[in-house]
Structures are given as C-alpha cells and as structure tokens.
Design a protein around this ligand. Sequence first.
Ligand code: AMP
Length: 417
Amino acid sequence: MINLIRGFKDILPDEVALWQHIETTAIDLFQSFGYHEIRLPIMEKTELFARSIGEDTDIVEKEMYTFPDRKGDLLTLRPEATASVVRSYIQHKMYAVDPARKFYLIGPMFRRERPQKGRYRQFYQIDVEAFGIASPYVDVQMIFMLHTLLDRLGVKETRAHINTLGDPECRPAYREALLGFLNGVQAQLCADCKRRKDRNPLRVLDCKVPTCRAAVAEAPSLMDYLCDTCRVHFDTVCRTLDELEVPYIHDKRMVRGLDYYTRTTFELQTDALGAQSAVAGGGRYDGLVEALGGPPTPGIGFAIGFDRLVEVVAQGRTAAPQPLDLFIAALGERAQHHAFGWLSALGRDGVSVEMDYAGRSLKSQMKRADRLSAAHVLIVGDAELDKGAAVLRNMSTKEQSEIALDNLPETLRQQLS
Ligand code: AMP
C-alpha cells in the first residue's frame, strides 16, 4: 500500500464543509472591502522567493521544496503567497492605471518544516494583499478584517499582536544599537542566532529558544529609535484600532520571520491552538515591489493559516451532514431504470438526490437513506409502477403520501422546495 507523504494530509469530505464555510465567509467579507480574487501558479522560479523572503530566513535556508527542472532552472513550490502576488502585480503592470489594487488568494503552500500538530508541509493559506496605499488606514483595515472574520466564525479567544519595525530611515541606527547589544551577550545565544545576528539582528528578538529570550530581555527597543513618520504612522494605527474597538496588544518583541516587512506587523493569536498560537500574520512591505523590479509602491498583506483556522472553528462543533433532499428506494430493475431517469432530471434542477444501484432490500435502502440524512424517501417497485403512483415518506414526521408518477420530477421539485 502507498501512503501519503509525511507532513502532508488529506482533507476528507466530512471536513470539507467547514473549509467551504470558512472560505465563503472570508470571500464575502473581503469582497465587501473591495478585494478581488487572484489565482497564481504554485511554482515559481526559486530566485523570486530567495530575493523577497530573504536568504537567511528559515524558509529560504532550509524549508523550501526546490528542484531543478529538466533544463536545470531552479524551481520552488511556493512557501508563501506574497512574493507571487508581487511578481504578478509587476509583470502585468497592474500599477499602470491605478496603483491601488487589492487582492485575495486561497491555496496550498509548501514548507519542509518538522511535521507536528498544527504544522504541515503542505498547508493552506488565505492570503490578502493591498498595493499602492501608504495610508495607515489600510493597516487598520487588514487587522479589522481579520478580527471581523474570526468574530463571524464564532472564534472569541483571539488577540491581535501588533508592532512596528520602522523603515529604511530609522531601522539602520536601531540595527546597529541592537547588534552592539547582541555582541555583548553572544555567549548566551543559540547557534542559529550567533550565526544570524550579524546579517539580521532583529531575528534574534523573535527566537523561541529560552536562553535567547532571556538574553534579549534588556535589548534596546525600536520604539526609542523610530523616525517621526514611522511614529505617526504607528500612532494612527493604534488610535484607529481603538476607535473601531479592535482589541490589540503592542508586542515589542514581535519581528516576524521575513525580511521584507517595514513598519506595521501583526499577528492574530489564540489560546485554542496550544504552542502554534498564530492563526494569521502579516505586515507592511513598502520596499518589496521596487526590490523585485517594479516602481516604488507601498504594500501590505497577511496570511491566515487555513488549517489552523479550521481547527479553531471546529472546536465545539459537530460536523453537520451535507443535506440530501431525496433518496429514491427503487425495488427491482424496472423501478431502478425509472429512478435513474428521475434522479437525473431532479439533480439537473438542483434537488439533491441519491439512489441505490445495487438492488438491495427495502430495509437496507431505508437504512442507507437514514445514514445519508435524507429528508424524504420515494419508495417505488413493480406494484407502484403498475399502479402509476409511488410512496413519498417524510423522514422527520414519518408521514407517507401517494404521489403520481406522471410528471414526477416536476411534482417532486415543487413539493420538496
Ligand atoms: P507566515 O507566512 O509564516 O507568516 O504564516 C502565516 C500563517 O500560516 C501562520 O500564522 C500559520 O497559521 C500558518 N502556517 C505557517 N506555516 C504553517 C505550517 N507549516 N502548517 C500549518 N500552518 C502554517
């Protein structure tokens, strides 16, 4: 027997209803705020991710599924969506008429992480990106949409963690100060942080290793280095979130893993997931479009971990069976033949309908109708065909009535709707 690959998973029909519910709730909300769906390939040139996410990030250093195609070009299964959306925005010159464009994308991402609960190698993200809007209001809109989505999905225990990472004007001075501090405590840092601190000292603040956390407890704070524009931007974000009554925590240690972030970063965390507490994360990336060859264009986005969101929403819910309007219990070959014609006509007209194809007994067909949660069962055998009328049973009231076979699909469609 051949099993699926470690770290991958199947999403079975019983679970899919919840995925669809979350997806339609999200799409509904994003469309209200003017975001449009974009669908992009799951594979891109490796260089796209290396240049945007950053060479010394965990993702690029060790987690990408990268392979040479037959001509030797290096290709990568996308580990996240932002780089691809930026690539597409630039390639199709979407900035030309109006640089302000807003997108959402839903699909699988691939990272070769250590598989564990809540962490998969193929996982799904609901991704939202906005280009061409420098205003802090769009930062607020992102956090507001996330907050509203979780609220609509009935998830209560969530917190937005927000922070600012400054911009190319103020971050370099902070970086220097932080590096100076880290050099003083380097004996206490883990091997990864020792190696990374010179190229990307901010990442050390985000390290989960307890000795690193202790070592950076007294590290200088970026808040003391912010330039005026970044400070005003962040203050506006905080004030507007207050006005919209979105609860948040200013989490000064949250730097997020990727290189391209500037100014506002945010995560939505919940206690419902144990260690993997972030359901969604994102931030502003004002330099990325230009870095990838487009015109200077501000950008901001977030990704929801779809798998994790499903887990959170599923807690305390029982899977609702997919409703079935009608089960046709056909007895004998002749009845089966008619039943198949009715089933085809009803299904075409939008009635959900199933029948038995194996010629089972009435008792076992009724059992199956029950298992499928059919609202009604139509019972028809040779006697009913000869008589020109079948029996329709309402499965919740147990009432049975006779129904003429002439024009049956039409009569049923009216009765069942
Ligand atoms: P990131 O792109 O790393 O900011 O991740 C955004 C969100 O995607 C996270 O908050 C998680 O909810 C989810 N996520 C990231 N990596 C994985 C993974 N390996 N398995 C499941 N969900 C993930």
